[in-house]
Design a protein around this ligand. Structure first.
Ligand code: ADP
Ligand code: MG
Length: 322
C-alpha cells in the first residue's frame, strides 16, 4: 500500500510543470526599449511567447513609423491631402481612437501636432522658427477626416501631417498582452518606453511599477502596486535638447507647435494602454489643474503628475485610497 502511494506521488510530481518559472527579455524596437516579463510553463513556451511579442512590435513599427518611407502612415502623410487614402483596419481604428481622445481633451492630444513636430530634430538640436510656426496656425485634428465606408483617411488641408508617437506604443503593449493571453500566459508585464501593460498579477502579489524621478534616471519617486492594468508616463526627459536654458522636448502644444510647459511628467493608470498612452500625453499638455480635472471625471482612470517645481499630485481615486 505504502509503495503504491509513493509511486502515485512520484508520478504526480513528474506530471507537475516543474520548470515553470519567470522569464524575461528585452529588445530595442519602435525607437525604444521593449521589456517582457512573464510566467511560463517552461523555457520554450517563454521563448516563443516573448518572440511573438517582439515580432508584433516590429510589425506595428513597420506599419506606423513616421521614419520609414514605406510605412502605411508615411503613405497617408504623402497622399491624404490630395485624395482619400484607404488604410488597414488597424491604422483606421487607431486614428479613430486618437480622434476620440482629441475630442475628449479639447485638442491637447492631437496627432496633427506632427505638422510642427516633424520640423524638430532633437538629436541635431534643431527646431522650427517663429515664422514657420506661424504658417501652421489653425492646423488641427479636425482636418483629418475618416470615412468608415471606404475605410480611408483624408486631410482637408495641405499643411497636415500626422504622427502616432503618442499612442502607438500603448496600442503595441495592448496588442502584446492580448497575444500572450491567447497563448495561455496569465501573468505578464510588457513595457515599451513609458508604457506598461500588465496581465494578471505576480502570482499572488501585485506588480509594482515605479514612476521615475524626471530629473534622476534610475530613481523612482513613487511605486504603485497594480494588477491587470495599464500605466503610461509621458516625460520631458525622453527626447529633448537644451538651448539657452530652455528645454525643447518632444511633447508639443498642438495649437502653438511649442513644447508644453509646467509639467515634468504625467502618468495615467487605467484598463487600456492605448488610452492611458494618449491620455498621459494629453495631461502633460493640459497641465496639473486641467489634467487632474479631466481624469477625475473619467471612471476607471487615475493620474500622477509632477510639476516643473518637482511637486507631486495624485488624482482623487489615488489620494483617497485607504
Ligand atoms: P513617450 O514617447 O516618452 O512614451 P508619450 O507617450 O507622451 O511619451 O509620447 C510622446 C510622443 O507623442 C512624442 O514623441 C510625439 O511623437 C507625440 N506627441 C507629442 N505631442 C503630442 C500631442 N500634443 N498630441 C499627440 N501626440 C503628441
Ligand atoms: Mg503617451
Amino acid at each position: 500500500m505504502i509503495g503504491r502511494i509513493a509511486l502515485f506521488l512520484c508520478g504526480w510530481s513528474i506530471a507537475l510543470p516543474v520548470s515553470a518559472a519567470w522569464f524575461e527579455d528585452q529588445a530595442a524596437i519602435m525607437g525604444t526599449r521593449i521589456h517582457v516579463a512573464l510566467w511560463a510553463d517552461d523555457a520554450e513556451q517563454a521563448r516563443q511567447a516573448i518572440g511573438a511579442v517582439f515580432d508584433e512590435m516590429r510589425r506595428i513599427d513597420a506599419l506606423m513609423s513616421p521614419f520609414r518611407k514605406d510605412s502605411e502612415l508615411s503613405r497617408v502623410n504623402e497622399r491624404a491631402a490630395r485624395e482619400a487614402v484607404p488604410v488597414s483596419a488597424e491604422l483606421f481604428d487607431l486614428v479613430r481612437t486618437a480622434q476620440a481622445v482629441s475630442r475628449l481633451t479639447q485638442g491637447a492630444f492631437d496627432i496633427t501636432f506632427a505638422s510642427a513636430g516633424f520640423r524638430y530634430d532633437y538629436r541635431r538640436h534643431r527646431r522650427p522658427d517663429e515664422s514657420t510656426l506661424e504658417t501652421l496656425k489653425g492646423v488641427s485634428w479636425r482636418m483629418v477626416r475618416l470615412d468608415p465606408q471606404t475605410r480611408s483617411i483624408r486631410f482637408t488641408d495641405p499643411r497636415v501631417r500626422i504622427d502616432l508617437g503618442g499612442i502607438a506604443k500603448g496600442h503595441a503593449v495592448e496588442r502584446a498582452v492580448r497575444l500572450l493571453r491567447s497563448r495561455g500566459i496569465r501573468h505578464a508585464e510588457v513595457t515599451a518606453g513609458g508604457d506598461t501593460r500588465l496581465l494578471g498579477d505576480r502570482r499572488g502579489r501585485p506588480w509594482v511599477v515605479g514612476i521615475r524621478d524626471p530629473r534622476t534616471e534610475g530613481r523612482a519617486v513613487v511605486e504603485i502596486p497594480l494588477v491587470g492594468e495599464a500605466i503610461s508616463t509621458s516625460g520631458d526627459y525622453e527626447r529633448y535638447f537644451l538651448e539657452n536654458g530652455v528645454r525643447y522636448h518632444h511633447i508639443l502644444v498642438p495649437a502653438t507647435g511649442k513644447p508644453a510647459q509646467g509639467v515634468r511628467s504625467a502618468s495615467v493608470i487605467g484598463p487600456d494602454a492605448t488610452r492611458t498612452d494618449a491620455l498621459s500625453t494629453a495631461l502633460f499638455v493640459l497641465g496639473v489643474r486641467r489634467g487632474m480635472d479631466l481624469v477625475n471625471g473619467l471612471p476607471g482612470y487615475e493620474a500622477i503628475m509632477i510639476d516643473s517645481d518637482g511637486r507631486l499630485y495624485a488624482s482623487q481615486g489615488l489620494s483617497s485610497a485607504p
